[in-house]
Design a binder for this molecule. Structure first.
Ligand SMILES: NC(=O)c1ccc[n+]([C@@H]2O[C@H](COP(=O)([O-])OP(=O)(O)OC[C@H]3O[C@@H](n4cnc5c(N)ncnc54)[C@H](O)[C@@H]3O)[C@@H](O)[C@H]2O)c1
Length: 409
């Protein structure tokens, strides 16, 4: 069935807007990207010119009755405010992660969306990519038996972005909800929930590591201690999943570069080693799925069963400049959301899934002193898988995002 395209606009034309606009203007028939805005007009102008869309003001976006989905790609500390603005304007919203800096503020927006009958979803959507959908199929088809334990580790260098690199006393970076564990948590939680389902209980440790110094000699603060401002820079949690699997999650910005991302699922018959949940997977970056299975020696690379792997690194960004994650498919959950609107079915990247991350991170951070287990309120359940196969050009891969259990195409 041919559906009427959904008009989409973007607020926050910074670094990552490149990847969203690149994905969403790459030929998905359900998406019609109208325009983009930014507080700094030069930024939205540059993106609009590059992608052949309108440079708009945020007010124009919010007041345009034809726009149905608005993307919020502002900085982490602006997500709650801008998402609320979008919802209050009566628009469906897809936000960059995390959904909020605290559980309470994220939940408020989830409830606002519900009360207005609007859709709210949040990045990351990497779990819809080739590597994680392949891993999910292997688990669901029983290749590793029953999952028993899982580990998700993200070890990042201490100055990887979420602390001030310039002496800006008013910067909210470093406060609760703005640090690396919140920035990166969604990749790991979405990956685990897609593979194993919702988390039932969580406990853990959180701390602020105060001792690092700026090591880049070009930084005006070279040699000085990196400022911290109350937000945990390391979180370590134990997770009890509803399905009985136990897991751990370690997310730190206190390590050293380069980043060490790791997700492993240990089952009764085998182990899966799955690549960085910040990447869609692909041979270019050696981002493959490996399985070790009873009766075999060593680990085996498993060919991808699903589409949406990373695109080739050697195809340069359209802008001719370095762009973050330019070879990825960030934004495909927006395509899924557009189909969900037209088909009247749930979207895969639900508000509950987004809230789950914030609840896990916040409850570890807030319960460290008491050492208590927190029973989760949000219960997103597993997002529906994508159908396997459907490799090829965008119009073929789009069929995967249009497909949903119980919906006739
Ligand atoms: N940069 C990356 O590599 C990367 C990768 C994945 C995800 N992300 C996430 O994407 C989000 C944005 O990151 P970024 O690196 O693109 O940040 P950025 O600072 O480059 O861009 C954010 C933009 O939002 C604009 N903005 C803020 N408030 C606004 C408002 N009210 N109206 C209009 N514009 C507004 C800012 O002027 C800025 O240009 C963050 O949540 C980040 O974690 C970034």
């Amino acid at each position: 069935m041919a559906y009427k395209p959904v008009k989409v606009a973007l607020i926050g034309s910074g670094n990552i807007s490149y990847t969203y606009l690149n994905t969403l203007t790459s030929g998905f028939s359900i998406i019609d990207v109208v325009g983009c805005s930014d507080l700094i007009p030069e930024k939205s102008k540059a993106r609009a010119e590059l992608f052949g869309i309108r440079q708009m003001t945020t007010e124009e976006i919010l007041n345009d009755p034809e726009i149905e989905i608005v993307l919020n790609t502002t900085e982490i500390f602006n997500h709650t405010k801008v998402t609320r603005m979008i919802l209050e304007a009566g628009k469906n919203c897809y936000s960059e992660k995390a959904l909020g800096c605290t559980y309470a503020e994220a939940k408020e927006n989830v409830e606002l969306a519900k009360s207005k009958g609007l859709r709210l979803g949040s990045a990351p959507d990497i779990y819809l990519g080739a590597a994680y959908q392949t891993a999910r199929k292997l688990i669901d088809d029983g290749w590793i038996g029953d999952p028993v334990t899982a580990q998700a580790w993200c070890i990042r260098g201490h100055n990887a972005g979420m602390r001030p690199t310039l002496p800006d006393e008013n910067s909210p970076r470093g406060k609760k909800g703005t640090t690396i564990p919140f920035d990166m948590g969604g990749y790991y939680v979405n990956a685990l929930v897609s593979l194993l389902g919702s988390v039932n209980r969580v406990a853990g440790f959180a701390h602020v590591y105060p001792h690092h110094k700026y090591i880049n000699t070009k930084n005006p603060l070279f040699g000085q201690p990196i400022r911290t401002d109350g937000g945990a820079t390391t979180l370590m949690g134990v997770l009890e999943f509803e399905n009985g699997t136990y897991g751990n999650i370690v997310i730190t910005g206190d390590g050293f570069g380069p980043e060490i991302p790791r997700v492993e699922i240990f089952g009764t018959l085998g182990t899966l080693t799955i690549p960085d949940p910040n990447c869609f997977g692909g041979h270019n970056g050696n981002l493959d799925v490996y399985m070790t299975r009873i009766g075999n020696e060593g680990s085996f690379r498993v060919p991808f069963t699903h589409a949406f792997s990373d695109t080739a690194w050697d195809v340069p960004p359209k802008s001719g400049k370095r762009e973050p994650c330019y070879n990825s498919w960030r934004g495909i959950a927006v395509v899924d959301m557009a189909y969900a609107i037209r088909q009247g079915r749930p979207q895969r990247s639900s508000s509950e899934l987004a809230l789950h991350t914030v609840e896990i991170m916040s409850s570890i951070e807030d319960n460290t002193e008491e050492g208590l287990f927190h029973t989760m309120e949000s219960r997103p359940g597993r997002p529906a898988p994508l159908p396997h196969g459907l490799f090829g050009p965008v119009e073929i891969m789009e069929t995967a995002l249009a497909s949903y259990p119980g919906v006739e195409l």
